[in-house]
Design a protein around this ligand. Structure first.
Ligand code: PLP
Length: 344
């Protein structure tokens, strides 16, 4: 009988960036025409074959998720609110006419792939194992209509900070020349088609020395929406304001968790509402949030010929307190009063 000896993982944990590192395995399930999801289990990580007429590469019928497995101070490997990713996947499946993935199948697959690639989870504070679930129309179509069959695939990669600046903070450019999403469009789900359009505006901002672009609302261009692919927050006094989920903003799980934690433990009044561009010039601090970005401090925001520097261009203390509060839970450095952590 073969023994289950795993290769030794040779990764320099100190040089991780947010980029792909191949791992041992990936997970696949399929839903054939008129059928239900069938798990194919784990297969070696590698290329997949696809019909040239696959709906996903012709019409973008697909979505992705992003989550992380963390190694903690107690040397456990934990997941953060994975049930929320399962639910959000299915809200996206409904919007994109794809069959919903049963929550149990989703969660079992997540646990299975992390366990099989557990030696790829970086040491605590060196990074995390990023999980990338995908659901897409893999069956062939020619007319614009839903695919006859679907694939649910998860691959994983060890990653470092999403912004290379990390906790040192980022400088942002507010744009009125491009929009990410419009109300009643697909901005509220992680539809793959939402992201290619952001690459060009993002590259323009980066060419000018900014870390990322900030989008405004598509109707009036008066309100702030998102920082590239991360949610946006402003702090003024004891108010924590973040753009309301009006359909064009992605309902971030980090966003939701910050709102809950900031109200419960930090005494903030949470305001989920339209946040006008003008408000940044009066604010104390700003930051963005996401699974990839965690909480990333914003040092400055530039709008037309005006630049707002928060805290004199330094990382804000209130932002760092929220970061430590959230990261402390994720890394098991403090109690998890919300039961957000699942130990594998
Ligand atoms: C994924 C994503 C976020 C952050 O969501 P989390 O659940 O916190 O990871 C924010 N904005 C956009 C556009 C996203 O795609």
């Amino acid at each position: 009988m073969e023994t289950d000896v795993k290769d030794t993982v040779a990764i320099n944990w100190d040089e991780l960036t947010f980029s792909i590192t191949p791992t041992r395995s990936m997970y696949i399930a399929e839903c054939l025409e008129g059928g239900t999801w069938e798990s194919k289990g784990l297969v070696p990580y590698g290329d997949i074959t696809l019909s040239p007429a696959a709906c996903v590469i012709n019409y973008g019928q697909g979505l992705f998720e992003g989550m992380k497995a963390y190694r903690t101070a107690k040397d456990n490997v934990v997941l953060f609110r994975p049930d929320e990713n399962a639910r959000r996947t299915n809200s996206g499946c409904r919007r994109l006419c794809m069959p919903e993935v049963p929550e149990d199948l989703f969660l079992d697959a997540i646990r299975m792939i992390v366990r099989d690639n557990i030696d790829y989870v970086p040491p605590a504070d060196k990074g995390a194992l990023y999980l990338r679930p995908l659901v897409f129309g893999s069956g062939p179509v020619l007319g614009v209509k839903p695919a006859p069959s679907y694939t649910f695939l998860i691959y994983v990669s060890p990653v470092g900070p999403y912004f290379k600046e990390g906790l040192a903070g980022i400088n942002l450019l507010i744009t009125e020349d491009f929009h990410r999403a419009a109300q009643y469009g697909t901005g509220g789900v992680k539809a793959i088609g939402n992201y290619a359009g952001g690459m060009y505006p993002g590259s323009l901002a980066k060419a000018e020395g900014y870390s990322e672009i900030v989008y405004t609302d598509a109707r009036e261009q008066r309100y702030l929406e998102e920082v590239g692919a991360a949610n946006f927050f402003l702090i003024k006094g004891d108010v924590l304001a973040t753009p309301e989920l009006d359909g064009s903003i992605l309902p971030g799980i980090t966003r939701k968790s910050i709102c809950e934690m900031a109200a419960t433990e930090f005494g903030y009044t949470i305001e989920e509402r339209q946040v006008a561009i003008e408000e940044i010039f009066e604010a104390d601090e700003a930051f963005c949030s996401g699974t990839a970005a965690v909480i990333t401090p914003i040092l400055s925001m530039t709008h037309r010929d005006r630049k707002m520097e928060f805290c004199g261009g330094e990382v804000g203390e209130k932002t760092m307190a929220l970061y430590n509060g959230l990261n402390g839970i994720i890394r098991e450095e403090r109690e998890d009063p919300y039961s957000w952590i699942e130990v594998l």
